[in-house]
Design a protein around this ligand. Structure first.
Ligand code: ZN
Ligand code: FE
Ligand code: FE
Ligand code: ZN
Length: 266
């Protein structure tokens, strides 16, 4: 089984279950290693409804620390970090002052629009789909340039409710972003939570995974679990997706250093 590198905790205010329950779920599935990547706290009240407050971070660290008990699966300390205009000033210092194993970057907002949030889904009804995707990829260009992250989470998140550009447009928009991801030595995450969403597809799509493979961008796997039962959700399909794109390896990470390991057999 593959490690699950994207697991949330109740500190984000929209997940359920104790961290120990997430781990025992992983153990049942034979998952060798998990990483909690809960939503990072941000200063100035940024999206406080969906994340821990800054002063709750120590308790997050302690929750994870308590699982460093010699039992398996091993538990890594990660964060899912929102990228938005102006975030660098805080994050550069805050992230480097802490001992993370994994910093997963995500974009959930285009300006004030939480485009993947169910409560803001209606905005898609009047949005220009291609222009929205273009705006998203433009944010990703800056995201990669910031050099703050080890990997990109759910890279084609705007498809969540089924809004997609043509393959031709998608290719053209994704290409410069993937080129820079490769150049920066960043990875991407194959995130199975898309299977639980209206789009019903892993993030990113086979087209993008194939483009990533061409550029030898390393991959990892995440369920984006917000409850223990989501851990390792349909990783078999994610493994198939990786293999079909020609991947033979994935990365594991410790203290922000990636190591490539062979994909499991079978
Ligand atoms: Zn969440
Ligand atoms: Fe996310
Ligand atoms: Fe997440
Ligand atoms: Zn996520």
């Amino acid at each position: 089984m593959l490690p699950d590198y994207h697991i949330h905790t109740t500190l984000c205010k929209h997940a359920t279950g104790d961290v120990a329950e997430y781990r025992s779920e992983a153990e049942k599935l034979g998952i060798p290693e998990i990483c909690f990547s809960d939503h990072v706290p941000n200063p100035d009240g940024y999206d406080l409804a969906h994340r821990m407050a800054l002063d709750q971070f120590p308790s997050y660290g302690k929750m994870i620390e308590a699982l460093h008990d010699g039992e398996t699966p091993e538990v890594l300390l990660g964060v899912e970090v929102d990228y938005y205009d102006g975030c660098e000033r805080f994050l550069r210092e805050w992230l480097s002052a802490r001992k993370f194993d994994f910093v997963l970057g995500s974009v959930h907002f285009i300006e004030d629009w939480g485009f993947d949030h169910p409560a803001q889904r209606h905005i898609w009804d009047s949005a220009d789909i291609t222009a929205t995707w273009r705006a998203y990829f433009n944010i990703l260009l800056k995201f990669v340039e910031s050099g703050l992250f080890d990997a990109v989470g759910h890279l084609d998140l705007p498809k969540k409710f089924g809004h997609r550009p043509t393959d031709k447009d998608l290719k053209e928009m994704a290409q410069p972003v993937l080129d820079r991801i490769a150049g920066a030595g960043m990875g991407i995450e194959l995130n199975t939570s898309g299977l639980r969403k209206p789009v019903g597809e892993i993030y990113p799509s086979p087209l993008i995974v194939a483009m990533a493979r061409e550029r030898e961008i390393p991959i990892c796997f995440g369920s984006d679990a917000h409850c223990p039962g989501d851990v390792g959700d349909r990783f078999r399909l994610a493994l198939d997706l990786a293999r079909e794109a020609g991947y033979t390896e994935y990365f594991r990470i410790r203290q922000r250093r990636k190591e490539l390991v062979p994909l499991p057999e079978g």
